[in-house]
Design a protein around this ligand. Structure first.
Ligand SMILES: C[S@@+](CC[C@H](N)C(=O)[O-])C[C@H]1O[C@@H](n2cnc3c(N)ncnc32)[C@H](O)[C@@H]1O
Length: 329
């Protein structure tokens, strides 16, 4: 097996995971406005549905980022020399865009090891199987971003290039991004690098279409979180009684995803031994996907101890992959 499941999320710890999930449901569903963290999207079914989203006509971020990596891979790789490099990818998903960079590094004789990190074991299994045939070593880590990065730091030698693609950063508020990036900085060494994907502010109709596709895959992806509560916490959500709603909030500059209860209903969550009431048209907030301006990228880098090496954009300017270097004494 060429991946490791961190102790914190091993099956033997299933009870602790269930406990955490149920506590998050309890906290979110008893708050004045109901909410649940977007990290619960990604059970194995959720990861599979996300890969389908990336193939959708309307979902421009994956295509834009692919274009950026294809057109700029030489420039990106030129920043690395023949020192051993650990490419550590946070939230790797199926890793298909990353392959472009890894091949380019390998072809330029950069000795490398690829360490994809994801909370979905199926995602890690998939990416490790796919890349295992390649010339460089791949060793995956199933775990949450920061504990897995810490594990990689302790167990893998070499300079680090951290990849945080697909605008995963957009799920964090400004404050949470500052804390998250500074924690990454703390776990890296001087002159390590990070390449971060930022989805830029753009025409609102494009944004709205990207999160409301015609085939209903995004809707299925969001509703899957109810299936997950049914399967893992013994809830009795009727999936057809909720509706996906994706909208742009210009005041905060983020796409937001909600599930709306289409009728007045009460749902039982056996694990919590508790019923939750939903009014007709009541919402559960599931996800923020923040959008950026150039100056936001500059601010985040400066505030968290990084220097921007170069920004790479697609032709339409929809997306930016920003390469940062760790500044330390
Ligand atoms: C939006 S997808 C992006 C996948 C890929 N980076 C791309 O650009 O297509 C987010 C990925 O991050 C993973 N993920 C989400 N929250 C995570 C967390 N807290 N720790 C580790 N992985 C996480 C999910 O399982 C999923 O595969």
């Amino acid at each position: 097996m060429n991946y490791k499941v961190l102790d914190s999320i091993k099956n033997s710890d299933e009870d602790a995971l269930k406990e955490q999930f149920s506590q998050d449901v309890l906290t979110g569903f008893t708050s004045e406005k109901k909410y649940l963290s977007s990290k619960y999207f990604y059970d194995d079914k959720g990861s599979e549905l996300f890969v389908k989203i990336t193939d959708l006509e309307e979902y421009y971020p994956t295509k834009a980022e692919e274009e950026i990596l294809e057109n700029n891979k030489q420039k990106i790789v030129s920043h690395f020399n023949t020192q051993k490099l650990n490419v550590v990818e946070l939230g790797a998903g199926d890793g298909h865009k990353t392959k472009l960079l890894l091949d380019e590094l390998f072809n330029n004789d950069v000795p490398l090891e690829y360490n994809p990190i994801d909370i979905s074991e199926d995602a890690i299994k998939g990416v490790c199987e796919k890349l295992n045939k390649d010339d460089f070593e791949t060793f995956g880590i199933v775990g949450e971003y920061i504990p897995a990065l810490k594990w990689a730091n302790k167990n893998k030698e070499g300079k680090k290039l951290v990849l945080f693609l697909g605008s995963n950063i957009g799920n964090f508020s400004l404050h949470d991004s500052l804390v998250f990036l500074r924690t990454i900085w703390k776990n890296l060494s001087k002159d390590d690098h990070i390449l971060i994907g930022f989805d830029m502010k753009k025409d609102i109709n494009l944004l709205i279409n990207a999160y409301n596709d015609d085939k209903g895959v995004t809707s299925e992806f969001n509703l899957n979180v109810l299936n997950r509560m049914n399967n893992e916490l013994g809830a009795n959500f009727v999936i057809g009684s909720f509706q996906h709603f994706g909208t742009y909030n210009p005041n905060i500059g983020a796409m937001e995803s909600y599930l709306i209860s289409t009728k007045s209903q009460t749902v039982r969550v056996d694990y919590l031994e508790k019923n939750f009431h939903f009014d007709e048209f009541e919402a559960i907030h599931l996800e923020y996907s923040f959008k950026y301006l150039q100056k936001d990228i500059e601010y985040l880098a400066k505030e968290t101890g990084f220097e921007i090496v170069e920004n790479f954009s697609d032709k339409k300017g929809h997306f930016v992959d920003s390469l940062w270097r760790v500044i330390k004494e």
